[in-house]
Design a protein around this ligand. Sequence first.
Ligand code: PHE
Ligand code: FE
Length: 294
Amino acid sequence: MDTAVVSNEEFLATVAEKSDGAALRGDYSAADAQYVVKQNWAAYTEEEHALWRRLYKRQEALVPGRACDEFITALAALKASDGIPDFEKTSEALEKATGWRIVAVPGLIPEQAFFNHLANRRFPVTVWLRTPAEFDYIVEPDVFHDYFGHVPLLFDPVFADHMQEYGKGGLKAMKLGGLDYLARLYWYTVEFGLIESPQGLRVYGAGILSSGGELEYCLKNTPSRHIPLNVERCMRTLYKIDSYQETYFVIRDFKQLFEDTAPDFTPMYERLKQVEALPANTLLPGERDLLAGS
Ligand code: PHE
Ligand code: FE
């Protein structure tokens, strides 16, 4: 993939192709060159705020004993239970804590714009909320996934630094043909990652934290695997986008995530290009499910 900025039309065409012709849902007409829009908080309806409260309540009840402590503490401090939050207020608090801000976007945005935001400590959050029919399951990320799932951990200094490094690494991977590998790492860590705690495994991945079903499922002893994160192994592993994950990668702490992703990935990408990807449910010789027998 080259690093030229794709036009709006090219971007929308690519996404339409990927999702079987279904159009992207957001309104991209008002977006600037970095795909940023105004949140227009006053325009959310009372029905939308009410749906947010229902989503929030369900997840909030599941979080104790499942989400990592860093997430639980930051979520409580956000005071976002009453309705869709005003991004400006969140940005002010976040900027004080870790120097990050959130920016409103119409939905999925091109990789280059996404990485560029992260590399500059800006997290893109979709402005629109799912419909009530999508209470349990939604294909595209909406404001509930992006905000509830991703924003709390941006208050953690180490995780926040990691996200910026990931953004820089994305821009670099675009030039090295490494995007597919880096996307798998993001998927299995930032979206679906588990973390050890003295009390047992906990969740830090936003895709799980914003999901009613998977937040319960992922910590049980099921056919899905729970294995320690090895970066190269993870980048070799295919993932599921339409079912619960068949493998969860577990980190010891955010420092490990930061340090294990710090080395230059160039030689790793070259090695990965030489080998077949592993199916999502692979257990390699010597690997053991951390929850087996529990
Ligand atoms: N260290 C990676 C590289 O050199 C970049 C990166 C950092 C990727 C953090 C992911 C997370 O390409
Ligand atoms: Fe996400």
